[in-house]
Design a binder for this molecule. Structure first.
Ligand code: PPE
Length: 304
């Protein structure tokens, strides 16, 4: 795998990357119940630091609570394991993937009886939607796949199985020549990308869908807080695809995607077809923070 590192933390021990293996009858592999996180560590001028680690770990434990998984390790110990994994692999900057899953030992849909396991791996991961996408914006297609009803998805949980629909949407969009998919809920309202939250801007007002059927993104929350500080009006309200078509600006947010401008949706140019002023301001404020250059946001960074 590109970006592979030396060691993976598995159930309390470090194992070599190539030996971090599981049985083919692993329960989660068959039935898709697992919870995970995606976190980034940045190489800042003050040293390597993980962005909003506590919030990510809290969401991981919330996810487990929502789907009823017993976590075999305390939140504090798992958080320490994340930091140790970065240190052991001597990573300056990396993507971090903690996962809790149901292991080998019993089959059948009923997950009772399958033991839970925990792991954390780190690897190098550059711009999720490409360097050019980050700089100039990406092309998006509204998906023919409906995103989950909130009673299936349960917005606060980041579960593995939820990503089957994201994968269908991503395959369809990329197969049709676009960079990313935008999903709509069963009512036709905009929810999120296959792995990102969405924001649109019209007449200087920023807008993002409420957290119904949408993952409560930590990057989304960061942008919400930045908008408030920068005096940008923000509406958290439902909207349909046509409102995206006539937006002056649009962008995706996510740990992997960071703040990625959207320049086209369904072959319609958004605004001037390049990152607009609000997008640029939010994007540069975001990178100032994660790179440790914003003194007022140092408490969002956990130094290695
Ligand atoms: N919605 C979805 C569906 C999603 O997967 C993510 C993150 C977000 C919103 C944004 O959440 P946050 O990272 O807390 O701002 N997607 C992760 C997985 C990407 C992958 O391909 O794997 C991520 O960005 O780490």
């Amino acid at each position: 795998m590109e970006g592979a590192t030396d060691k993976i933390w598995m159930d309390g021990k470090f194992v070599p990357w190539d030996e971090a293996k599981i049985h083919v009858l692993t329960h989660s592999l068959h039935y898709g119940l697992g919870v995970f996180e995606g976190i980034r560590c940045y190489q800042t001028e003050r040293g390597s630091a993980v962005f909003r680690l506590e919030e990510h770990m809290r969401r991981l434990y919330d996810s487990a609570q929502i789907v009823g998984l017993d976590v075999p390790v305390s939140q504090d110990d798992f958080t320490e394991a994340v930091l140790e994994t970065i240190r052991t692999n001597e990573m300056k900057a990396c993507y971090i993937r903690p996962l809790i899953w149901l292991g080998y030992g019993s089959m059948g849909v009923n997950p009772k009886g399958a033991l839970t396991h925990a792991m954390v791996a780190v690897w190098s991961w550059g711009a999720y939607l490409g360097e050019e996408g980050l700089a100039k914006g990406i092309r998006v297609k509204v998906s023919s796949f409906t995103s989950h009803h909130p009673n299936s998805y349960m917005t606060k949980a980041k579960t593995t199985g939820n990503y089957a629909v994201s994968q269908m949407a991503k395959l369809e969009a990329v197969g049709a020549g676009y960079d990313e998919a935008l999903m709509l809920d069963p009512e036709g309202l905009v929810t999120q990308g296959s792995g990102e939250n969405i924001f649109i801007v019209r007449d200087g007002v920023l807008k993002t869908p409420p957290l119904h059927g949408v993952l409560g993104g930590i990057t989304r929350d960061t942008v919400v807080q930045l908008a408030d500080e920068q005096g940008v009006e923000l509406q958290v309200a439902p909207f349909a695809r046509d409102e995206v078509y006539v937006a002056d600006e649009a962008f995706f947010t996510g740990t992997a995607a960071e703040v990625t401008p959207i320049r086209e949706v369904d072959d319609r140019t958004i605004g001037a077809g390049e990152p607009g002023p609000v997008t640029k301001r939010v994007q540069s404020a975001f990178f100032e923070i994660v790179n440790g250059r914003d003194e007022s946001k140092l408490d969002w960074l956990t130094f290695i």
